[in-house]
Design a protein. Structure first.
Length: 64
């Protein structure tokens, strides 16, 4: 998936977080600031920092 599309999707799925991609570094700012050089790492950190948000995101993805 294109990085710009991924960024838009993440912003939709995690509205309580400010998610950016700058110079190859993914960042999410919410109750805490997290960052990773890989998207998978950012998702892992979001799961730790906001498990309820990940649950809401999964629910949104499962809607039909």
């Amino acid at each position: 998936m294109d990085e710009s599309v991924t960024l838009l999707l993440l912003r939709h799925l995690f509205p309580h977080w400010s998610i950016t991609l700058d110079g190859g570094v993914w960042r999410a700012s919410g109750r805490v600031l997290i960052s990773s050089s890989h998207l998978e790492g950012l998702l892992d950190l979001l799961h730790v920092a906001d498990p309820a948000g990940v649950g809401r995101a999964a629910d949104l993805l499962e809607e039909r």
